[in-house]
Write a protein that binds this ligand. Sequence first.
Ligand SMILES: NC(=O)c1ccc[n+]([C@@H]2O[C@H](COP(=O)([O-])OP(=O)(O)OC[C@H]3O[C@@H](n4cnc5c(N)ncnc54)[C@H](O)[C@@H]3O)[C@@H](O)[C@H]2O)c1
Length: 466
Amino acid sequence: MKTRSFLLLAVAMTMAACSGADSEKDYRIIDNTIVFDVPERIEGQQSVLGLRTEPLDTVRVGFIGLGMRGPGAVSRFTYLEGVQIKALCDLLPDRVASAQKILADRGLPEAAGYSGEEGWKELCERDDIDLVYICTGWQLHVPMAVYAMQHGKHVAVEVPAATSVAECWQLVDVAEQTQRHCMMLENCVYDFFELTALNMAQHGLFGEIEHVEGGYIHNLDEFWDQYQGNWRLAFNQTHRGDVYATHGLGPACQILDIHRGDRMTRLVAMDTKSINGAATAEKLMGAETFANGDHTVTMIATERQRSILLQHNVYTPRPYSREYQVTGTEGFANKYPVEGFAFRPDNLDPDAVPDHENLNEHSFVSDEVRQQLMEMYKHPIAKDIEELAKKVGGHGGMDFIMDYRLIYCLRNGLPLDQDVYDAAEWSCIGELSAASIENGSMPVEFPDFTRGDWNKTKGYRHAVAE
Ligand SMILES: NC(=O)c1ccc[n+]([C@@H]2O[C@H](COP(=O)([O-])OP(=O)(O)OC[C@H]3O[C@@H](n4cnc5c(N)ncnc54)[C@H](O)[C@@H]3O)[C@@H](O)[C@H]2O)c1
């Protein structure tokens, strides 16, 4: 190792040791770049890229975590065909009882109930469950997902699937060892606008996609004290970086064919001072410090020299936004604050001298054209289920489309729309961005969770039964 790198490594280790919650970091600094270790695939462990498993006529499900998010999932599942809800689990017994009522109200039989700190283990150990659906706080996702897969279950786990790079590897390794599906429940890739834009991109309307933006801008003031045991604010209190990146990153990765022909190679991140976050934590927890900046920005480069811009801000009074924007050589899509598409003004007179004062040439297509495009390029998977999805709901229907696709793929033995590598790639941003920020916005190399297979699949596609 060069002397300079060695010195930087020593500095990094000291900084890491001083930087707060996690005293052990799994990275080295090589030539001014942070590099996370990529563990060897152990013998007998096989890739789960394109994993197909035995088709399940009926998918028997157990839910863990019945707080703000979980009961909605239970309710949505009562509208799905080919599903049996076998078990419900929460730390708190009264939450299990409330979820049982959802089943009763829909005329369904009572499910087995589990509660307490370790009730979820008994749920995972049952032999009449195919899928464990996890809606607990972030730090319980990986222990629960790993245990479920090790007990032969497929796993669906809320966002982010993991809270560190090491946890991401755990998910990948256990999915590969057990050959079970592990899908992160990233619902925003099923939003009608994002799905339509993806379909338009796949039909070439935007030309070559060069840049995508995404984010999570959501003032959580009214929610902080609702998270059971204060898990969310407590996590942010000790973690810098974009700790909730997947809603913005998921749609970006699908449209850029990440690990299906391109891959994220490096990022840099920076954050602002924590003013509102710190004040909230002082008020609610008596905290004297707060690690997470009020606004965090992350820039990502890909192998094919395309870029992604991510933003995270859950503290300041801004309107909700996932910042979704797609920039291509031939067109542009934008979701917030108004949905719109723009294309080359090919109806301009090519012989006329361009009027540089006329900025209208570069504006969005009319509302009428936008609506026609939204209809014409409605994604086939949204077409299939749109009416029921809008009736059942869940963020306007996207949550139901997600659940419907999960069950459809499991029943047909198809690869899921999101695999464990997506879960790892989208979730690792938390620790990678923190590492960048803690080292003066130093570039961070992405670990290749596919271990070299990122270019084997050509293009992102939703699987469909023959
Ligand atoms: N995709 C989305 O749009 C979306 C929206 C909201 C939340 N989420 C995600 O859903 C997850 C849950 O968030 P929430 O808002 O419902 O939080 P919450 O605090 O309301 O719910 C968490 C639940 O887990 C339970 N729990 C804690 N320890 C447990 C244990 N040992 N065994 C079983 N249950 C246990 C708690 O009692 C609580 O009911 C988080 O990962 C969050 O990021 C996703």
